[in-house]
Design a protein around this ligand. Structure first.
Ligand code: CAA
Length: 282
């Protein structure tokens, strides 16, 4: 495989922090960029906690300190200038991602591969913001990244075979199972998951059952580790709404219309666990 040593991660929320962690666990030198110093601190604390858990269970190669040492938190995007491979995991906001890829193209060496962890935005459109569309791909991790074994790989229209091969190898070197999905809204996981969560909100809105009972029904009736509302609160209701809006707009089918109750919760700022309130209060 082309030698990838330095991985840059953009954004240090749940996804970015998790990606930076698994990259460091796999031996890469990681530069983790976020504009917010307090978010960077929070991400480093979270990473230490997660690594300690993994270490206690004998699931960590090396010590927590050795892994942490491989992560350099930075608040200037220019610091990604020496990376061979960048994974963008900023907020799921189209304009922000498009701008970031224009910036990255100027900052990161021409030979470097640029990936996005978007869960729903067109890889082809993101790639168009750069002068190296053949070196841009989608690399969609699942939350919580340190525990979930899947990565969806997505080729944009111009992604080269060589780039895609390296993306697969990097994902596999992080211990992940890689599947290839088409560059279509939601790819595979969110195309199936979000209408499921959205339907749970319709069910709740219609008074079919209480949130607890709907979650219980899915956990016990389908053997899912979490019910749809527990999962929605965990992923973020704002993220769920944004993905539904993209499915609805881009696939043009009314079956993807966001449930009004989901929209209402987001309007209230009830984004889930991260804001202390979603369907449940934390
Ligand atoms: N790092 C290390 N350890 C972690 C961890 C992390 N980030 N998160 C949880 N753990 C540990 C817990 O501390 C706990 O350890 P102990 O058993 O020692 O106490 C253990 O994992 C199990 O956790 P919990 O007891 O809290 O709960 P659980 O058994 O239900 O497992 C879970 C948690 C792995 C998250 C499980 O509930 C699960 O698989 N849920 C479904 C997650 C899922 O569907 N993710 C995909 C979301 S969709 C997505 O990501 C795509 C998108 O774009 C929206």
């Amino acid at each position: 495989m082309a030698t990838i040593n330095r991985i840059g991660v953009i954004g240090c929320g749940q996804m970015g922090g998790g990606i930076a962690q698994v990259a460091a666990q796999s031996g890469y030198q990681v530069t983790m960029f976020d504009v917010s110093g307090s978010q960077l601190e929070k991400a480093m604390t979270g990473m230490e906690k997660s690594l300690t858990k993994l270490s206690e269970k004998g699931k960590l190669k090396g010590t927590v300190a050795e892994v942490i040492k491989r992560v350099r938190p930075v608040s200037q995007i220019e610091e990604l200038g020496n990376c061979d491979f960048v994974i963008e995991a900023a907020s799921e906001n189209r304009e922000l991602k498009l701008k970031l890829f224009g910036d990255l193209d100027r900052i990161v060496p021409k030979g470097a591969i640029l990936c996005t962890n978007t869960s729903s935005i067109s890889i082809t459109e993101i790639a168009r913001q750069t002068s190296r569309a053949e070196k841009v791909a989608g690399m969609h991790f699942m939350n919580p990244v340190p525990l979930m074994s899947l990565v969806e790989g997505i080729r944009g229209l111009a992604t080269s075979n060589e780039t895609f091969k390296i993306v697969r190898e990097v994902a596999e070197s992080m211990g992940k199972v890689f599947i290839e999905a088409k560059d279509a809204p939601g790819f595979v996981v969110n195309r199936v998951l979000l209408p499921f969560i959205n339907e749970a909100f319709f069910a709740l809105q219609e008074g079919l059952a209480s949130p607890k009972d709907i979650d219980q029904a899915i956990r016990l009736g389908l053997n899912h580790p979490m019910g749809p509302f527990e999962l929605a609160d965990y992923v973020g209701l704002d993220v769920c709404l944004s993905v539904m809006e993209i499915l609805h707009r881009d696939l043009g089918d009314s079956k993807y219309r966001p449930a009004p109750l989901l929209r209402k919760y987001v309007e209230a700022g009830w984004f889930g666990k991260k804001t202390g309130r979603g369907v449940y209060v934390y």
